[in-house]
Design a protein around this ligand. Structure first.
Ligand SMILES: Cc1ncc(COP(=O)(O)O)c(C=O)c1O
Length: 395
């Protein structure tokens, strides 16, 4: 659909809808294929929506809150969230980082998406820049633009970790934040501690304060005994944005938080600013029910075993065919190179085989595709021959 010229909606939104319309086309293509061939012959790897149910303890905690007679459980509260809930999160952060987090460093949010918008609104003036590293979560572009900012994309090293020289070269007087995501959507790559040690050195050299925003919703979804580095002990001026969307498989419930490092001189100022921006963005506060739930059981994690198994099946299957791919160590995606440079054309070849994927172009890295493993194991097994046929055709 062509959204221009805009009549009712703004030109900016019309342009964004046109830019993002390939997502809709993928969706329509998938629906068409399913109708044409039967849903069991179409393998849909496009959505990052957990296919599993939340842990029983999480649902039981939600039921306890709903059954409780305690007064005001569902009332308004301070915009940052219930102090008791924030203290519970701060306690976990103290244990994980060794840093003196308190409730006044934690602000509960409507998922990680709201956390990012809340902090970007607090940081950005019109024309300010946010640097990120490809491949990146596609919504970052829009999140920066929501607040008059601009996303600046830096290409990574061959192993898909940040290239520090390129990151430094991208800094301008307008840079207000560096936004990174590890474990990464779409690559599943985990950035090593050394990346953050280098970012700390880099931030110490800038004329104007720049904050590191660490977007960590996949932090608990890791394989192979790899440990995701704790960012706040490594980077002084750091803010963690995260959610329980993936770790508890509750993305529809919208619960997450922002944590301002106690090492940062501006922590109190940022907390104050974000309490305001969260309010005026219309979030007001994070859902009360789910605040109580995560205070109680927020350290639970879904069983990552099935994701590891699907990662192994997909990664080994693809590399056997000849695809080049950095092995994902976390999250639930695989991000192989396409055998031809044109990733959109290759996505079409795959779709002809009934295999639906997302072009890397959407994540700032053409020449790749994203495969989401939030599907049944059997779907991975049955889709691999289609991945092979498309690869041979492209060659
Ligand atoms: C990297 C990344 N950041 C943020 C989000 C938003 O998460 P939430 O559903 O908690 O808003 C997602 C969701 O897929 C994501 O992949």
């Amino acid at each position: 659909m062509d959204y221009t010229p805009a009549v009712i909606i703004s030109r900016a939104v019309a342009e964004n809808l046109t830019k993002a319309s390939w997502i809709r086309r993928m969706f329509e293509e998938g629906a068409r294929l399913k109708q044409e061939r039967g849903a069991d012959k179409v393998f849909d790897f496009t959505l990052g929506n957990p296919e599993i149910e939340p842990p029983p303890a999480v649902l039981a905690a939600a039921r306890r809150v709903l059954d409780s007679d305690a007064p005001h459980l569902h009332a308004y509260m301070p915009n940052a969230g219930h102090p008791r809930v924030r203290e519970a999160v701060a306690t976990r952060l103290r244990q994980a980082t060794g840093l003196p987090y308190t409730a006044s460093h934690v602000l509960m949010t409507v998922g990680a998406g709201a956390a990012l918008n809340t902090v970007l609104k607090a940081l950005l003036d019109p024309g300010d820049e946010v640097i990120t590293v490809a491949p990146f979560f596609a919504e970052y572009t829009f999140y920066a633009e929501n607040h008059g900012g601009r996303l600046v994309v830096v290409q990574p090293r061959a192993d898909l970790t940040p290239d520090l020289a390129k990151l430094e070269a991208a800094i301008t007087p307008k840079t207000r934040a560096i936004l990174v995501n590890s474990p990464n959507n779409p690559s599943g790559v985990i950035y090593p501690a050394s990346t953050f040690v280098e970012i700390e050195k880099l931030l110490a050299r800038t004329a104007r304060p720049i904050v590191l925003i660490s977007d960590e919703p996949y932090k608990a979804l890791v394989f192979d005994d790899v440990k995701v580095p704790e960012v706040p002990p490594l980077v002084t001026r750091s803010i963690v944005a995260t959610s329980w969307s993936k770790s508890l498989a509750i993305p529809g419930e919208r619960i997450g938080y922002l944590a301002f490092s106690p090492r940062m001189a501006e922590a109190a100022e940022l907390f104050e600013a974000c309490s305001f921006t969260s309010r005026v963005l219309g979030f007001v506060n994070a859902p009360a029910l789910w605040q109580w739930v995560v205070a109680e059981v927020g350290d639970q994690v879904i069983d990552v075993g099935p994701y590891r198994e699907k990662r192994d099946l997909m990664y080994e299957g693809l590399t056997r065919i000849g695809y080049q791919c950095v092995k994902p160590q976390g999250a639930f995606y695989v991000f192989p190179r396409t055998p031809i440079d044109d990733d959109v054309a290759f996505v079409r070849l795959l779709a002809d085989e009934g295999v639906l994927t997302v072009p890397g172009s959407g994540f700032g890295m053409p020449g790749h595709i994203r495969i989401s493993l939030t599907v049944e194991r059997d779907t991975v097994v049955r889709a691999l021959p289609g991945f092979e046929r498309a690869f041979r055709k492209a060659r």
